[in-house]
Design a protein around this ligand. Structure first.
Ligand code: NAD
Length: 497
């Protein structure tokens, strides 16, 4: 079936259309078993837009067989890197040609402002495919001299069939982070989008053949985590699984891998990232970045700066400036397709309820809701940007990932104390420090237990810089040259002359 919708909005006028079937072996097909389709909801209105096929373990089996066949006959190291790169470039060009439609679908399905979908998510997606297209013919091993008559060399070989499971907060760009490096290094992919936000992945599936990928190289199977996701992570013929999502699900995936074939697992998980603001920081800049750091994408960002530590002497001044910034942000909430909208709804009723429960817990535990804390508007899943001050380290709002537009502000006295508090978490994804003292900036950046840290900025992720977490925020790295390691295994070849 094809979902088609004419849109006449201030930012997008035109049709959006996607095939709602499963994309297996180069074709859109119906699931093997007749499962109920999954409704796709517009979070700005709460109304169902369409429904998309849901796969099962049987569809994963079919896709894995198709992928294995493609790997052995028409992909993997059979195809030169230059050729793999060409196809990735072509896919990037096709996405670019359809950029506005991709952005419209992303905004319809996730609720993010159209201008943000277009200028950030879609642009980043295109750039990621181009970046890894460039790497595809630059994957080299080393020669290692051992003794006079012997040497060894290394090859970076693909795993074969790679399973990939992505979340709903950046549905399209997460697909690019997964597919691009995996395909560049010669793997074949079975990818599951989030069942909440499948539309842009479905659209991308429709371009895979036109880009020239042989059938079976890319398979996209929408479906529930407990069925398709679980089948991928426990499949005996899938050699590696790459996952982005919650820590809870990441744990299940590692367990499934351990109980099946010990497939290699890479995980990008949740966070509760500290943003530390010292009294000698550039105050305006710190407020600006703290605001972006927590409220971007309506707070649904794994690296969100959700624990804001502010030094005692500037604490009151900061809370007031941050309150004003949140107030301004509140005026930018609106229809995702309106020109001026900067802040959209939460993705689903479930997320909305979850976030409201956290706000309630903050109230009960005695924190101070400085601004926000309520639903915004009459329909959809909008929540006001919320600043919670006077937080104590033991409060739920400080310890658990909220994944919404809710900042916990905590007072600190000394550098030593704040490092201790910042590291007092099971997560370790992002972090930031604001100070004009360079020595302190670097000292603190090095002391933070996190895979990423920023000095005097926040949430800056670059395609060519590794992305990933310490502790329970993840295993392995995406982006940059590091993703090539994530998707290859090293073979040592010993040669006796
Ligand atoms: P989630 O873990 O509920 O779902 C993520 C994906 O896993 C979905 O496709 C889902 O269907 C699938 N899934 C669910 N149960 C499964 C199972 N038992 N086996 C296999 N797959 C299963 O997470 P979410 O709610 O979609 O996303 C929000 C979470 O993702 C947050 O915790 C956030 O921090 C994290 N996240 C992390 C990053 C990162 O790079 N570190 C990026 C984005 C989101």
């Amino acid at each position: 079936d094809v979902f088609k919708l004419d849109l006449d909005t201030p930012t997008y006028k035109g049709t959006v259309s996607v095939n709602t079937g499963l994309f297996i072996n180069g074709k859109f097909v119906d699931p093997v078993e007749k499962n109920p389709k999954i409704d796709v909801v517009n979070p700005a209105t709460g109304k169902v837009i369409t429904s998309v096929s849901a796969g099962s373990a049987k569809d994963v089996d079919v896709a894995v067989e198709a992928a294995l066949k493609a790997y052995k006959t028409s992909w993997g190291l059979k195809v030169p890197g230059t050729e793999r790169g060409k196809l990735l470039s072509k896919l990037a060009d096709l996405i670019e040609k359809n950029a506005d439609e991709f952005a419209a679908l992303e905004s319809l399905n996730v609720g993010k402002p159209f201008t943000v979908s277009k200028n950030r998510d879609v642009r980043l997606t295109i750039a990621v495919f181009r970046y890894y297209a460039g790497w595809a013919d630059k994957i080299h091993g080393k020669t290692i001299e051992t003794n006079e008559n012997k040497f060894a060399y290394t090859r970076h070989e693909p795993y074969g069939v790679v399973g990939q499971i992505v979340p709903w907060n950046f549905p399209l760009s997460m697909v690019s982070w997964k597919l691009a490096p995996a395909l560049a290094t010669g793997n074949v992919c079975v990818l599951k989008p989030s069942e909440i936000t499948p539309l842009t992945a479905q659209k991308l599936a429709g371009l895979v053949n036109e880009a020239g990928f042989p059938p079976g190289v890319v398979n996209i199977i929408n479906g529930h985590g407990s069925t398709v996701g679980a089948a991928i992570s426990s499949h005996l013929k899938i050699a590696k699984v790459a996952f982005t999502g919650s820590t809870l699900t990441g744990r299940k995936i590692q367990e499934a891998s351990a109980k099946s074939n010990l497939k290699v697992v890479s995980l990008e998980l949740g966070g509760k990232s500290p943003n530390i603001i010292f009294e000698d920081a550039d105050f305006e800049q710190a407020v600006k970045w703290a605001t972006l750091g927590i409220f971007s994408n309506s707070g649904q960002v794994c690296t969100a700066g959700s624990r804001i530590f502010v030094q005692e002497s500037i604490y009151d001044k900061f809370v007031e400036a941050f309150r004003k910034a949140a107030e301004t942000r509140t005026t930018q909430i609106g229809d995702p397709f309106a020109e001026e909208t900067q802040h959209g709804p939460q993705v689903s009723q479930i997320q909305f309820d979850r976030i409201m429960t956290y706000i309630d817990s903050a109230k009960t535990e005695g924190a101070n809701i400085v601004i926000g804390g309520n639903r915004h508007g009459g329909e959809g899943f909008f929540i006001q940007p919320t600043v919670v001050a006077d937080c104590k380290p033991e409060m739920k709002i400080v310890r658990e990932e909220v994944f919404g537009p809710v900042a916990a502000v905590i007072k600190f006295k000394t550098e030593e104390e704040v490092i201790e508090m910042a590291n007092d978490t099971s997560y370790g994804l992002a972090s930031a420090v604001f100070t004009e003292n360079n020595s302190r900036a670097i000292r603190v950046a090095h002391a933070l237990e996190a895979g990423m840290t920023s000095i005097n900025c926040y949430n800056v992720s670059e395609i060519n810089v590794p992305f990933g977490g310490y502790k329970q925020s993840g295993v392995g790295r995406e982006l940059g040259e590091y993703a090539l390691e994530t998707y290859t295994q090293v073979k040592a070849v010993h040669v006796n002359l």
